[in-house]
Design a protein around this ligand. Structure first.
Ligand SMILES: CC(C)(COP(=O)(O)OP(=O)(O)OC[C@H]1O[C@@H](n2cnc3c(N)ncnc32)[C@H](O)[C@@H]1OP(=O)(O)O)[C@@H](O)C(=O)NCCC(=O)NCCS
Length: 190
């Protein structure tokens, strides 16, 4: 069965074998290389990533929703997104979003994150939905703040990311925060 989430302007759907070239393109983007903790630097890494995503899409008790964002109407690949139930703490889910440069700064990230919050809390029944970003990644931090996520702290220089020690900022929202926000009539923090 194919899975999809619909946002205002995008469809988030399972990755397909044909997305190999889209992943290659995304991985070449300097912002992706600088900020994203996903390894798509070699053909072998792309293979492993794609195989894992396709396997997970067919898993019985699916925990990992790694999804391509495609523009409604044209079907153009806009970026790679995921929401994954934390295997260690299954009442939490982590999301991630990486868009191609042509799709940045147009509110798509915010739109996708809103849809992940709804899916995470309402459909998956999570207690906490969280995201993280390189501490130098201002657009990502702004996007999470804009959607009302709370800054939870920074893990300092925990991993070497291609050319620098990455410090990671964590942002989260709890189910109670999501439902009180929804009762007030949506995200009115921005
Ligand atoms: C981070 C990312 C997902 C944000 O999505 P987006 O669609 O560009 O963000 P939005 O248009 O929804 O805007 C969110 C906020 O970021 C701001 N923003 C976007 N790009 C920016 C930039 N280059 N510099 C400063 N602020 C920026 C927007 O103005 C908006 O801020 P506001 O609340 O003050 O209006 C997207 O830029 C991206 O994919 N970047 C490359 C890969 C990446 O860094 N992924 C995140 C890994 S953790």
């Amino acid at each position: 069965m194919t899975f999809s989430l619909t946002t205002g302007r995008l469809i988030l759907g399972d990755l397909q074998e044909r997305d190999r070239s889209n992943l290659r393109l995304l991985a070449r983007d300097p912002a992706f290389q600088k900020y994203v903790l996903v390894w798509l630097d070699t053909e072998e890494q792309i293979d492993t990533f794609l195989r894992h995503a396709i396997e997970e899409a067919n898993a019985k008790d699916r925990q990992d929703y790694t999804l391509a964002a495609r523009e409604k109407g044209t079907g153009a690949f806009a970026g790679l997104t995921f929401i994954v139930i934390d295997p260690r703490y299954p009442t939490s889910a982590e999301f991630g979003i990486a868009l191609l440069p042509a799709f940045c700064k147009n509110g798509y990230g915010t739109e996708i994150l809103e849809s992940f919050l709804a899916f995470g809390f309402t459909t998956l029944g999570m207690h906490r939905v969280f995201g993280k970003c390189d501490e130098q990644n201002i657009p990502s931090a702004r996007m999470m703040e804009r959607c009302g996520l709370v800054y939870e702290g920074t893990i300092r220089e925990h991993v070497w990311l291609r050319d620098h020690w990455r410090s990671t900022r964590y942002y989260g929202m709890l189910a109670g925060e999501y439902s009180s926000r929804s009762k007030k009539g949506g995200n009115n923090t921005w």
